[in-house]
Design a protein around this ligand. Structure first.
Ligand SMILES: *Cc1c(COP(=O)(O)O)cnc(C)c1O
Length: 307
């Protein structure tokens, strides 16, 4: 699947002369868009390369990745199983993403966040018993062995960003994005390392601690590179991180204001949280006269869930 470049849109200039632009990955024309479209396509391509015929994913009911994967599998007639953990409090909240997964015919297996390994092993064994060749997106039952695949998605996007800068006639000083697992940020860092570019890449953690988040970004990076990473320091802040799916009234007010003023929707699990964090970081770092790019990573169905 090939896509035209997603638009880069100017949003505002602040009193310090910082100019904010947004790259609208949420407008990718497949299954409500977002970074998981590019990442999902990489998993599907990897699975087909390996000649497997049953996709097994892990993700909660609100997972954007599971929605995209189940859509791709549905279109190709590939069976898709989603191992779906309950929230930390044991609850299962209804969500549009889950409804789409069901509508695409994915088999949804409820599980707990504890004992993931056993759940994955069971699913893999069951699939093999049925004569299938299962593909677990995170590698083996311990979740190891497939870190390079999702990193490819945003490593491949990097040249598009460089071309768009050339067309605009300037370079961005910084890029901000919502960082969760860190696969998107790792892809961008690989792109910068391999193709060049000077923009600082700031991951705004949505849940993980700085130490843990940086370690995850590094693991993805090194899995892709096949060697240790000695490039510029990984920027990943947990100043705005809260429990997964939890946001503050300030974040909600900020996202509402952006929607009212610019017509750009942001969910509060990822994008709204990171956008709010970026506005705080611009102040905290005392930025002046910079050109700043925010990567809108999607999550549109979550916007309608109101989370
Ligand atoms: C998954 C996701 C992210 C985080 O991407 P990672 O690669 O996991 O860090 C950000 N925004 C949205 C909307 C997402 O679905």
């Amino acid at each position: 699947m090939e896509f035209a470049p997603t638009p880069i849109q100017f949003l505002w200039e602040d009193e310090q002369g910082n100019r904010l632009y947004v790259k609208r990955e949420d407008l990718l024309p497949y299954s409500f868009g977002g970074n998981k479209v590019r990442i999902g396509l990489e998993y599907l391509a990897d699975m087909e390369r390996q000649g497997r015929d049953h996709l097994i994913a892990y993700g909660n009911a609100r997972s954007n990745l599971c929605r995209v994967l189940s859509n791709l599998c549905c279109a190709k007639g590939i069976p898709c199983t989603i191992l779906s953990p309950a929230d930390d409090d044991g609850q299962r909240r209804p969500s549009f993403n889950q409804r789409f997964c069901e509508g695409f015919g994915a088999q949804i297996v409820p599980c707990l966040k504890t004992g993931v390994r056993e759940t994955v092993e069971r699913a893999l064994n069951e699939s093999e018993r049925q004569g299938r060749k299962p593909y677990y997106i995170y590698g083996d039952a311990t979740g190891e062995g497939n870190r390079a695949t999702p990193v490819r998605a945003y490593r491949k996007l990097w040249p598009e960003l460089l071309r768009q800068q050339a067309e605009l006639g300037f370079s961005f000083d910084r890029l901000f994005l919502a960082s969760g697992t860190g696969m998107t940020q790792a892809g961008l860092l690989c792109g910068r390392l391999l193709d060049g570019g000077s923009m600082e890449i700031h991951g705004i953690s949505i849940a993980r601690s700085e130490e843990n988040g940086k370690a995850h970004v590094r693991r993805f990076l090194e899995a892709f590179l096949g060697e240790e990473y000695h490039g510029p320091e990984i920027q990943f802040t947990d100043r705005y991180a809260l429990q997964y799916g939890v946001s503050t009234p300030e974040m909600a007010a900020c996202a509402r204001e952006v929607f009212r003023r610019y017509g750009m929707p942001m969910d509060l699990t990822y994008v709204g949280k990171a956008y709010y964090g970026m506005t705080q970081e611009i102040r905290r770092l005392g930025l002046r006269g910079e050109r700043i790019l925010f990567l809108h990573t999607g999550g549109t169905p979550l916007f309608f869930d109101g989370v």
